[in-house]
Write a protein that binds this ligand. Structure first.
Ligand SMILES: NC(=O)c1ccc[n+]([C@@H]2O[C@H](COP(=O)([O-])OP(=O)(O)OC[C@H]3O[C@@H](n4cnc5c(N)ncnc54)[C@H](OP(=O)(O)O)[C@@H]3O)[C@@H](O)[C@H]2O)c1
Length: 305
């Protein structure tokens, strides 16, 4: 298949591009952070520039489009709501429109944080209630994409992994700090279901192969607090877990509101694919194997300063 991945310099897009390029022809877009790699075709484009989406589709002629590009930093979204709306809502709508007209299939990446997290154990049927600009613009993107292309897949994700600059994911936050002997906070009252970016890649491909459409929760089958995530990672990497101070998010000083319980049900996807979603242990094991294989450094080497 010819697959176009937007946001291929990001945490998800880069891992996705590298995981899929062995079996597919992959085009990956970057904006500010270019890449030096022969593994897939890198296309530098600001997707907000007039005509950029049309030119990109014309050039790549994809059969599948996986849209990962976004303004995914919560505080950046609060600081610039207009940019957040353009990138997180308007761009997916425009892209979905052109993709549908071209006859290609689209998988749009959304977030678990469309929920306020006051309840937890959310299914795809539950009513979202976004707490901030990021979550609001992502929820609006789900509706915008499905409006113009009801056959699109919307994947609500939460992920961790190794990234281009080595500091994009929560796993890297704990790994970097604990390896340096630095104390960190670990929230005991924020729950989530993080899935390894590399595992997400395979799941996305199977969702496209099975011709799924509509809304799916694509997260780990296991929910835990961010503190427990840090402790589990510390154990797997033989790092000192006592450096993680159990803390309430209320004491953190973080600006943008965080949903406390983002435990999402994955039954819908598990039954559509005929497989359960990976547990955290599976993801952490693979994160560790990738580390032993020098994958984090290999990613770092792709960065063009
Ligand atoms: N990370 C998480 O834990 C998490 C959780 C839930 C949902 N998600 C969702 O997963 C998706 C991927 O997130 P991520 O963490 O991989 O994001 P990320 O690491 O912040 O990467 C964002 C990507 O978007 C690109 N981009 C930004 N502005 C652009 C523009 N104007 N034109 C073209 N590309 C542009 C960036 O390119 P440059 O860097 O080259 O500028 C980068 O490749 C997003 O939809 C996000 O909402 C992520």
């Amino acid at each position: 298949m010819r697959i176009l991945i937007t946001g291929a310099s990001g945490l998800l897009g880069l891992n996705l591009a590298l995981e899929t390029t062995h079996r597919h022809t992959v085009f990956g877009t970057v904006n500010d952070h270019s890449l030096k790699t022969d593994a897939f075709t890198v296309i530098q484009t600001n997707l907000l520039a007039p005509g950029a989406v049309e030119r990109l589709l014309e050039r790549t002629q994809p059969e599948w489009v996986i849209h990962c590009a976004a303004l995914a930093n919560l505080d950046a979204c609060e600081a610039d709501p207009d940019l957040a709306r353009q990138l997180n809502t308007d761009l997916p709508r425009t892209l979905a429109n052109h993709v549908a007209r071209s006859g290609a299939r689209m998988l749009h990446v959304s977030t678990d944080s469309v929920f306020d997290g006051l309840g937890g154990d959310y299914s795809e049927e539950d009513l979202p209630n976004p707490l901030g600009i990021y979550s609001r613009t992502k929820l609006d993107s789900e509706q915008a994409v499905l409006e113009v292309d009801p056959t699109a897949i919307i994947a609500r994700v939460n992920l961790f992994g190794w990234s281009l600059r080595g500091n994009r994911s929560l796993a890297e936050f704990f790994f970097n700090n604990l390896s340096q002997g630095r104390q960190v906070m670990g929230f005991t009252d924020v729950f989530f279901c993080p899935l390894l970016a590399n595992d997400l890649a395979g799941i996305f491909i199977r969702m496209l192969e099975r011709h799924l459409s509509g809304l799916y929760h694509v997260v780990s089958s296991e929910s835990l607090s961010k503190y427990d995530f840090g402790m589990r990672l510390a154990r797997r990497f033989n790092l000192d877990g006592s450096l993680i101070n159990p803390t309430s998010v209320a004491q953190s000083g973080l600006k943008a509101a965080r949903s406390p319980n983002l435990t999402l049900r994955t039954h819908k996807l598990a039954s559509a694919l005929g497989e359960s979603l990976p547990s955290l242990s599976t993801g952490l094991e693979r994160l560790y194997t990738l580390y032993q294989q020098g994958y984090p450094q290999a990613l770092r080497n792709l960065a063009l300063e």
